[in-house]
Design a protein. Structure first.
Length: 117
């Protein structure tokens, strides 16, 4: 079992930045794919980016250019640096851990990000 706790969300003005953190416990994230997702009101949850322990990353269209996923295996933590935020980025952001590509087995409770215009 992996327990995930997100933090770092909040209210930010358009054009601002936030850095989300996801602290894992139970098992080391070094053996897992880690991903960030978001769900806006009335919309489905969608992938932003995922990260392999070896350093490879994949960004969905929603994460390209402005968001950066990274991890610190020693701290058992994954990060999402978000820059140039706009109101369309308002959503609940979730981190997740998976043992294979495309299959995320463990989820955090989410952290709210609200971007004001």
């Amino acid at each position: 079992q992996v327990q995930l706790v997100e933090s770092g969300g909040g209210l930010v003005q358009a054009g601002g930045s936030l850095r989300l953190s996801c602290a894992a416990s139970g098992r080391t994230i070094a053996y897992y794919f880690m991903g960030w997702f978001r769900q806006a009101p009335g919309k489905e949850r969608g992938l932003i980016a995922r990260n392999w322990s070896g350093g490879r990353t994949y960004y969905a269209d929603s994460g390209k250019g402005r968001f950066i996923i990274s991890r610190d295996n020693a701290r058992n933590t994954v990060f999402l640096q978000m820059n140039g935020l706009n109101p369309e980025d308002t959503a609940v952001y979730y981190c997740a851990a998976g043992s294979s590509v495309g299959k995320f087995d463990y989820w955090g409770q989410g952290t709210q990000v609200t971007v004001s215009s």
